[in-house]
Unconditional design. Structure first.
Length: 166
């Protein structure tokens, strides 16, 4: 229950902040610092819409999918340990782990995952679009994207847990 609504969304989001958030900041920051983001501007296109929206949609789709996969593998891993190593019966595992779970727990986990995806994507892109100073600026933006994303993810997790369960 707590794994579905707390642990899996939070751990997946932190990993995604480190990987996807850094990648977004570095990719967009390299384009911004090297003049690659000026191409859409020269063609009268909004660079945020042209470069950012597809990446944000990708993050919004894939972070909840990764969370679902984390949930499935986490439950399966718990099953293997309980049944294989601790000699519990499969029925006992089901009665104590799966049966008490409610649909609300799954939806709350997915809501949190989507919220965390918005944070990772938005912070990563914002840091990328603010790059100044070449490679040093890209490195700084990448580090800032990861740190700010993780801090905001933890704050959002606390707030969402409070609003949805208390």
């Amino acid at each position: 229950m707590g794994f579905w609504r707390e642990l899996s969304p939070l751990l997946t989001a932190i990993v995604m902040a480190g990987y996807v958030g850094a990648s977004l900041a570095a990719e967009i920051g390299t384009m911004e610092g090297g003049g690659g983001a000026h191409g859409p501007r020269a063609a009268a296109l909004n660079p945020v819409r042209y470069l950012g929206v597809p990446r944000l949609l990708g993050v919004l789709i894939m972070v909840p999918v990764a969370t679902l996969l984390g949930n499935i593998f986490g439950i399966y891993g718990g099953y293997v340990v309980c049944v294989g190593l601790l000699d519990l019966t499969p029925q006992l595992f089901y009665d104590k782990m799966i049966d008490p779970m409610k649909v609300k727990d799954i939806w709350v986990g997915l809501l949190k995952s989507g919220t965390f995806a918005c944070i990772v994507g938005t912070i990563g892109m914002a840091q990328g679009f603010q790059v100044r100073g070449g490679a040093e600026g890209v490195g700084r933006a990448t580090t800032n994207a990861v740190v700010y994303s993780i801090i905001l993810i933890i704050c959002a997790d606390c707030l969402l847990t409070y609003l949805l369960y208390f």
